[in-house]
Write a protein that binds this ligand. Structure first.
Ligand SMILES: Cc1cc2nc3c(=O)[nH]c(=O)nc-3n(C[C@H](O)[C@H](O)[C@H](O)COP(=O)(O)O)c2cc1C
Length: 169
């Protein structure tokens, strides 16, 4: 659960740490803050690469996911690790993975007037394409805040779809 994990943001310590490493300094020469943050970011990226499948579970907050999810994407988007630059442009390196995004959202975004306003699932979709992940699905629990009288039905429908997906994912 990302909110319970240490997910550093890319801040001044991280830039300073990366700068020192680039200029030839050893990891041991970084400050303790730089070591903690740079070390953890690299650990998160290696863990992401080692996984076979990804299940992202997020709530929709102000048309996107909570900030820790963006910090996590920043941790795993590393040139040479999850994608690489080529003369033809960037190429994803996670071509043997599968990903699923389960997203709870109070209103309806899979169709209708708000569809254009959803940026969390769309962002993850772009990142998965960028990393070369060939399969990315969405499972949405949506509309329960806008239509509380249908909340139970909406939840049951999503659980049933989750069970179906579990057979193939
Ligand atoms: C800070 C915050 C922002 C939210 N923003 C939106 C939003 O932009 N659109 C929406 O449909 N629902 C929004 N909601 C409602 C949540 O998407 C909805 O309650 C969802 O069920 C939250 O997931 P959870 O039940 O797993 O906590 C927001 C809720 C919170 C707490």
């Amino acid at each position: 659960m990302l909110v319970k994990e240490y997910i550093p943001q890319i801040d001044v310590d991280v830039f300073n740490g990366w700068g020192k490493l680039k200029s030839g300094k050893s990891f041991e020469e970084l400050s303790s803050e730089e070591k903690a943050k740079v070390g953890r970011l690299s650990e998160l990226c290696e863990q992401f690469i080692a996984a076979d499948k990804y299940v992202f579970v997020t709530p929709l907050w102000n048309f996107s996911f909570p900030p820790v999810m963006k910090a996590y994407m920043d941790a795993v988007a590393v040139a040479g690790k999850t994608f690489k630059y080529t003369e033809q442009g960037p190429v994803g390196l996670l071509t043997d993975k599968k990903a699923l995004h389960i997203q709870a959202r109070g209103g309806i975004y899979s169709e209708g007037p708000a569809a254009q306003m959803e940026m969390g699932h769309r962002y993850l979709s772009v990142m998965m394409q960028f990393f070369g992940v060939p399969s990315f699905e969405g499972l949405f629990v949506e509309g329960h805040a806008a239509m509380p009288e249908k909340a139970e039905e909406i939840k049951e429908k999503a659980i049933s779809r989750a069970k179906d997906l579990a057979h193939t994912f």
